[in-house]
Design a protein around this ligand. Sequence first.
Ligand code: CP3
Length: 361
Amino acid sequence: MCPKLTPPEKLPGVGDLSQTALLKALRGEPVPHTPVWFMRQAGRSLPEYLAVREGVAMLDACADPELIVEITLQPVRRYGVDAAIFFSDIVLPLKAVGVDLDIVPGTGPVVAKPVATLADVEAIPDLTPEHVSFITEAVRGLVGELAGVNGGTPLIGFAGAPFTVASYLVEGGPSKEHARTKALMFGAPEVWEALMRKIAGISATFLQVQVEAGASAVQLFDSWAGALTPADYERFVMPHSADVLGRIGDLGVPRIHFGVGTSNLLDLMGRAGADVVGVDWRTPLDRAIEVVGPTRGVQGNLDPTLVFAPTDVMTARAAEIIDAGRAARGHVFNLGHGVIPSTDPDQLARLTEFVQSYPLA
Ligand code: CP3
């Protein structure tokens, strides 16, 4: 299904990004400095983001290649981070195939008609690259621009993992307990399997489109997988995340797999087919590295609230994380979850500078 591709960093006009700190760390090779980027680095913490988003709905912004390019580049220009993360949303591919949903400011994704039956699942079309031609256009434009930023900055593509996307589809919106989702999982296994297979196909195609257009790495977000026990994760969710990651493995780009509250799942999330496991801030990085083992790298994991502390307190914690990260097959510095909207961008600039200049020898 996924043909072998020219590695994106070798596409004409893009330049060779294979020797950047990010890609070296993701492959487990020695790095010149610990690479750093931030989940949600593009977004409401940046005044320039708020300015370009004024009067533009989130999903309209996600469908406009010029805005996607501009918003994705904003944090790269400002911070000089080692990677760009594609500006979009995990529910964008659902919108693209015609699911009636919106992203409500301050709430998140809201689905008009939540999924409950097999017929509901079957009514969701599969994603084709034609549904998201604006993504192809945006990624191509971005990798061209990023080739000239700081000597060449790689783009990370992303998608939502089946469980996390299913939670929005089944609950109809954000949820703390994921009770309806888990009730479907426990109570209607055939509907659950069909739904997981449907979303896995959509997420795999969404990632494939981004990689074919030039993304150098991907991150699969299973933000809410931490709601599951290891046994339930392994039985009901892992095969479908493994399906997505397996399909992308054929494309030859490194795969990061991230979730929140996943201390008990890090080993399984790695074994689902990740090259690098994202770790939230609750798990000490040295313990995460032990669990993940010597064959995979780690990404993380500064508590996102530490950027509200005095700079020396923040950087002392960052230093501990970088030191711990040396034991890993590779370490990419990040926050333990997304940038909080009220974050002071100047503090993230200081953190970026600190991580990139911290001596590794
Ligand atoms: O900078 C980046 O990280 C790239 C863009 C990005 C967005 N969403 C933009 C966005 C990424 C990678 C996502 C992924 C995403 N979306 C996840 C997984 C990551 C995570 O945080 O765990 C999830 C669970 C979603 C669903 C979603 N979309 C939520 C929970 C929200 C926030 C709701 C709110 O307003 O508090 C969104 C909306 C969203 N996605 C915004 C942005 C910049 C804010 C919308 C706005 O600015 O109007």
